[in-house]
Design a protein around this ligand. Structure first.
Ligand code: PLP
Length: 370
């Protein structure tokens, strides 16, 4: 049975979790501090703040940056709904701009054109593990006096030139997520990274019920949240992070197998990678020719025991966003076309060449029948 996604857990993670279970410290302890320090060092950021999910991390950053009612944040609709919801949590307005057609990341020219006097930030999304043009977005942000938030929830390990995402030279702050289908997992979890001391301090406070420095237990300096990561999850994360190069290499290998096997298949475009970037493969999303009935292909693959799914469905076309903002479709043509044609194939680091061959052979046959 081929899985759409699978975590990769070894005795190392189990041993670290056991160590936590044998200790008296199950929350906000040494494991969390070690995980934060290891991740900060991995991405080259002075600060890392562990949180209970990627969504929680993005919410903390938006709030800590003081973004609120009346503010606009330019962002991508080609994303998971959380990246835009966090803007709404604070009463600010997401302004969606289209992505560029090849790599499906925010189009910097469209971002620049969308800046208004109310714009406070750009929230970029490194879709599927492919870094955005953070260099160009950073230049726009600096020139227009905006914050740049990098939603790198899908992209731990990706790099732009020599800089890993999360490096403070690339954004005001970045967030990674560790759901079980991600490059590394903690079950549920996330991490904020930043080079800004005050921002880091504020995020630490927000994730811990608004407690101040020293985290005196019954002193709440501001409205905060329980967005803490527990020690068991941090232990899994620390073990996974120690194995990150192995985990990324395994995913690279599977992506290469797909690329090679798909090269001669008609009707499918494998995901391209821009020159000068290091892709960190989160999912493997091919694009089907527009004439192909994607739902029919998915249904036939499912009958053969091969799971697949559309990826992403544009945020602005979600029922809640249509209702609230009046989107009807046609506003973001590139995003919408990518949403219609994308198909995520089974993808995880433990897939064999035989698994990849089985998936692609089935896809090839089903496309031939369409
Ligand atoms: C682009 C993006 N942003 C935010 C999130 C939210 O992360 P979490 O599910 O950990 O809250 C995800 C999760 O998959 C994501 O893919």
């Amino acid at each position: 049975m081929i899985a759409l996604a699978r975590p990769d857990i070894t005795e190392l993670e189990i041993e670290l979790v056991n160590r936590v279970l044998r200790s008296d410290s199950l929350s906000m302890g040494q494991m969390t501090r070690d995980f934060e320090a290891a991740l900060a060092s991995y991405v080259g950021a002075p600060h890392a703040v562990a949180v209970s999910s990627g969504t929680a991390g993005l919410h903390c950053l938006v709030r800590a940056l003081g973004i609120g009612a009346g503010d606009e944040v330019i962002t991508a609709s080609f994303s998971f709904v959380a990246s835009s919801n966090v803007i709404l949590y604070e009463g600010a307005c997401p302004v969606f701009v289209d992505v560029e057609p090849r790599y499906l990341c925010l189009d910097p020219d469209l971002v620049e054109a969308a800046v208004t006097p109310r714009t406070r930030a750009i929230l970029a999304v490194d879709a599927f593990g492919h870094p955005c043009r953070l260099d160009r977005l950073g230049e726009i942000a600096a020139r227009r006096g905006l914050h740049l938030i990098d939603d790198a929830c899908e992209a731990l390990g990706a790099a732009l030139g020599d800089l890993r995402l999360g490096n403070p030279r690339l954004a005001t702050g970045a967030v990674f997520a560790f759901y079980p289908n991600k490059q590394i997992t903690t079950g549920e979890g996330g991490m904020i990274v930043t080079g800004d001391d005050d921002l880091a301090r504020l995020c630490r406070s927000l994730r811990n019920q608004g407690r101040g420095e020293g985290e005196a237990w019954l002193c709440h300096e501001r409205l905060g949240y329980n967005y803490r990561l527990d020690e068991l999850s941090a232990a899994v994360g620390l073990g996974q992070l120690r194995r990150i190069e192995e985990l990324l290499a395994k995913r690279d290998r599977v992506a290469s197998l797909y690329h090679a096997r798909l090269a001669a298949v008609r009707g499918v475009t494998p995901p391209p990678v821009a020159p000068g970037v290091r892709m960190s493969w989160f999912v493997y999303v091919v694009r089907l020719d527009p004439a192909v009935d994607r739902d029919a292909v998915m249904a036939r693959l499912a009958e053969r025991g091969i799971p697949s799914r559309p990826y992403f469905q544009p945020i602005h076309l979600q029922p809640f966003y249509r209702e609230r903002f009046g989107f009807r479709g046609g506003e973001l043509p590139v995003t919408e076309a990518a949403g219609r044609s994308g198909l995520a194939l089974p993808f995880h680091g433990r897939m064999t060449a035989g698994d990849v061959d089985l998936v692609v052979s089935a896809l090839e046959e089903e496309l031939g029948r369409c």
